[in-house]
Write a protein that binds this ligand. Structure first.
Ligand code: HEM
Length: 632
């Protein structure tokens, strides 16, 4: 970490990046060419297609220099001799523990495997206690996270906010230690308790001497894009979620007019990942559990003799691929609304050949991901075992997306039904909007799922920027009894997990590094002065998240270019590392009906299938951009 106490200099940092593979001559030529071009014009100012190519070339360099395993030895990933695949079912099905996605490295991406890094392990060392507390994370939260007024992200709707949390719950979650850390409260702090004590992240046991300086942290979810938030991250959980159904379906229950996910007696929802639950998670988990069950119906119709396992396995594959497709070609271009990104993300899925020609392109250039898209282009780990990274978790700290309240409107008339503060819709309160008592203005119209989706489709989330965390998240009491300021947490977690601070983070991604606070804020003098004061004039100390919020965003972008660099690399890596996406992509793995389901599906198709009244109100645009609204 490039702190004052650290002996690594910025120049050394750059030199210490070790390439994990050697690009081809053509790739090296393209890298050199775009480097020259980018000295004059950045990728986002180039014409769309050239900009998309520029990004594809940037990605080669990122793959080369910015992938590092969380283990000192590759042995941690297992091998096919000690852990052979004995149950052949999992050749054609996702194993809920994440096992056997790679047959050669069966533990890769599994539940309980460590996070990796985008920077070398010796540059992501655990900080000293002094470094951890400098500057005081609560002070940083008070100064740069407090929302004084709601700043909306006008190009997005609330579905985009719920969607990304829903996806991160598929990808990652850290474990918590019983060890506490005391955060001293700045003078005059309005924290509702006498002191602030937070649990540390639980480190994995030391397997190698280097783990003492750079502890590994385990991912309690599978790192694959396998819908584990819905299906669970162990086989045992999956079995419980579908135990009642011989037909491959997930258990759901009908309450009045609506179908819900089942609840435990203590009102906790039964699903793959139910932490940090709120109405947005209730909606998306329900939607994609319904989608799973609809896929089961389709498969049962085509294969009446199949067992429940056979139907479940293929339905899960199809549902996961559909979610990956929605994320790649719908959610991403909504939050990064730039012509090069639209082309680039479509190309990740369909290749530069485009949707209509992707099949033909696959025949002509089967292994060329740029021409035919990543699905089916061949699995490649770029020389480093697949894992998600601490920096990847860091760039998804998007708590400012959350509003303070949600106004619910009728999906059929547009009439206002009720406005409910967010705290009433958290955890076991997530079903609150659907209870009849919550439409005081319209007692005869309880809010339906369709109304809730319509309301999310037409409302803006918060912008990912300075001073935009909702108040409820800055004193959030979770069902385990802890009260946390997620602003303080977001700063503390990055630091304790060795995520480099803003300047080092950018340097290690070969981005320009500001030398003054004014440069960092692109001329915003007031913000620069506040940053300088909080960080005691030391720009190298600015936290990655705070700097990312403060930098000027690329036109159309919903988050910073700093975060985007990690994103370019990791978004495609999730696809490229996966045997069921980059490898066996086609009717043979997914079935004829299942593959067609993915090819023809998208967010609007899913919404319209389960809530037909939405078809008339979603409009023609991106499902994650604000919908026009009834009668407008
Ligand atoms: C009402 C909505 C939400 C609630 C109640 C919530 C709550 C929490 C809590 C309690 C944590 C754990 C903090 C800790 O480390 O001690 C957390 C972590 C996190 N949240 Fe949220 N959150 C919400 C929305 C979101 C959204 C919209 C995003 C956007 C992607 C997000 C991204 C994250 C990330 C990346 C982490 C770190 C996970 C890890 O450490 O593995 N959250 N959240």
């Amino acid at each position: 970490m490039a702190t004052e106490n650290n002996t690594t200099t910025p120049a050394q940092e750059e030199q210490e990046l070790t390439p994990s593979f050697k690009p081809s001559i053509a790739e090296r030529l393209a890298i050199t060419t775009f480097k020259q071009i980018n000295k004059v014009t950045p990728w986002y100012k180039l014409p769309g297609l050239v900009g998309a190519l520029n990004l594809a070339v940037l990605r080669i360099e990122l793959r080369q220099f910015n992938l590092y395993d969380g283990y000192a030895s590759g042995a941690a990933q297992g091998n096919s001799i000690n852990e052979p695949l004995t149950d052949k079912r999992f050749l054609g099905a996702r194993h809920s523990d994440g096992k056997f996605n790679s047959l050669e490295m069966p533990r890769m991406g599994c539940t309980g495997m460590r996070f990796g890094h985008n920077f070398p392990r010796h540059l992501t060392e655990k900080p000293t206690e002094e470094e951890l507390m400098t500057p005081n994370p609560r002070l940083i939260s008070n100064e740069f996270m407090t929302r004084h007024e709601f700043i909306p992200a006008k190009t997005l709707n609330m579905l985009a906010a719920a969607w990304i949390q829903f996806q991160t719950h598929d990808w990652f979650n850290h474990e918590e230690s019983s060890q506490l850390v005391d955060i001293s409260l700045p003078k005059g702090d309005d924290w509702p308790h006498k002191n602030m004590q937070l649990h540390r992240t639980k480190p994995d046991k030391v397997l190698d001497p280097s783990d003492v300086k750079t502890p590994g942290y385990k991912n309690s979810n599978t790192a694959w894009w396998d819908g584990s938030q819905i299906y669970g991250s162990t086989e045992a959980v999956t079995q419980r979620l579908r135990s009642k159904n011989p037909d491959g379906k997930l258990t759901m229950e009908k309450v009045g007019r609506e179908t819900f996910l089942p609840r435990d007696p203590d009102r906790n929802v039964r699903t793959g990942f139910n932490t940090n639950w709120w109405v947005g998670m209730e909606m998306l988990h329900t939607l994609f559990a319904l989608e799973h069950n609809a896929i089961c119906d389709k498969l049962k119709e085509a294969h009446p003799d199949w067992t429940g396992d056979q139907i479940f396995d293929k339905a899960r594959l199809v549902n996961c691929a559909l979610m990956a497709k929605i994320h790649t070609i719908e959610w991403t271009p909504a939050i990064l609304a730039h012509p090069a990104l639209k082309i680039g993300m479509n190309a990740n899925w369909f290749g530069l050949a485009g949707e209509r020609l992707t099949k033909a392109a696959a025949k002509i250039a089967p292994m060329n991901e740029i021409i035919r898209g990543i699905p089916g282009s061949g699995v490649d780990q770029d020389g480093v075992p697949y894992s998600l990274t601490e920096e990847f978790v860091s760039v998804y700290r998007m708590h400012s997306l959350m509003p303070d309240e949600i106004a619910f409107h009728s999906a059929t008339t547009g009439a206002h039904l009720s406005t409910i503060p967010m705290p009433s819709m958290l955890f076991t309160g997530a079903r609150t909007p659907f209870e009849p008592t919550h439409t005081p203005n319209n007692p005869n119209h309880p809010i339906t799922f369709a109304d809730a989706f319509y309301s999310f489709g037409t409302a803006n989330p918060g912008a990912i920027t300075t001073n935009n965390y909702p108040a409820f998240m800055r004193a959030l009491t979770t069902p385990d009894g802890q009260t946390r300021d997620l602003g303080t947490i977001d700063i503390l977690r990055d630091r304790e997990r060795g995520v480099p601070r803003y300047c080092a983070f950018r340097r290690l991604l070969r981005l320009s590094v500001p030398t003054t606070f004014l440069e960092l804020t692109d001329g915003d003098e007031a913000l620069a002065a506040r940053l300088s004061k909080a960080y005691n004039g030391k720009i190298e100390l600015v936290d990655a998240l705070v700097g990312s919020h403060a930098e000027k965003v690329i036109p159309g972008f919903g988050f910073s270019e700093t975060a985007f660099r990690v994103f370019i690399l990791m978004a495609s890596r999730r696809l490229k590392s996966d045997r069921f996406i980059a490898g066996a992509w086609g009717e043979e793995m997914y079935t004829k009906e299942g593959f067609k389901w993915v090819e023809e599906g998208g967010m609007k198709e899913v919404l319209g299938r389960h809530f037909p009244e939405l078809r008339a109100v979603m409009g023609d645009g991106n499902a994650f951009a604000p919908w026009v609204g009834v009668g407008k």
